[in-house]
Write a protein of this length. Structure first.
Length: 225
């Protein structure tokens, strides 16, 4: 799928917690085209006109279903660029988006024996798949999610709308952090594992799976950051 630049307008901003924002964009120059699990580049430069060198930008996973007319992302304020986003972006603000990028779910993998593991906002690329018709091709997928607390699970409504899934959810203040050893013991080394979340989590979980004998090609990570 060809990468395209989309002049976009923010039509909604939700901030369920301080420093966490969900932005919803509408395209001003044609419908967005992407596959589940892909990500975009967001540029804030108001002087950019869509031509010439692409300005400074940041990558964000798209949590929307590709059939949706709008695109949603969720981000947490962690550095200079996301702080600038927090300060500058309002409903009605216009930005440039460049997409799609990535092949998280388009690369070859086993849909008959698949484990999805996400920490916090790392669930966003998974949501774009779970709510898409292509998810019906996965047979008995196992889903493990980790959040700081029940209140931080801001995706529960979207998850409830997904048929035939029963995710195992770890709430850090109740159950402790996600236990990759437990997850491995329940699934074994012949699964394809998708990992998405904080870089430290991805590195730790991947190393544990490798140490348990899971082949590197069976561990697929959303770690483009």
């Amino acid at each position: 799928m060809l990468v395209k630049k989309y002049r976009s307008r923010i039509i909604n901003i939700i901030s369920p917690f301080e420093g966490i924002y969900t932005l919803e964009f509408e395209s001003l120059n044609g419908p967005y085209k992407f596959y589940p699990g892909q990500f975009l580049h967001l540029a804030l430069d108001q002087d950019y006109d869509g031509s010439g060198q692409w300005p400074e930008s940041r990558c964000f996973s798209m949590q929307s279903n590709p059939n949706d007319t709008t695109v949603k992302i969720t981000y947490s304020v962690k550095g200079k660029y996301t702080r600038q986003m927090e300060e500058a972006l309002k409903a009605g603000s216009e930005v440039w988006l460049k997409l799609p990028y990535g092949e998280l779910f388009t690369q070859s993998h086993n849909k008959l024996n698949t484990v999805f593991i996400a920490g916090g906002t790392g669930i966003t690329p998974f949501l774009s798949l779970f709510t898409h018709e292509s998810f019906q091709k996965y047979i008995n997928p196992r889903i493990y999610l980790g959040f700081k607390s029940v209140s931080y699970n801001i995706y529960h409504k979207e998850l409830k709308n997904v048929k035939d899934i029963n995710p195992v959810i770890f709430y850090e203040d109740i159950n402790g952090v996600m236990d990759i050893s437990l997850i491995f013991s329940q699934n074994g080394k012949n699964c394809d594992y998708f990992l998405s979340g904080p870089p430290t989590m991805i590195k730790t979980f991947k190393n544990k799976l490798l140490a348990e004998g899971v082949a590197d090609c069976r561990i697929i990570t959303d770690d483009w950051e």
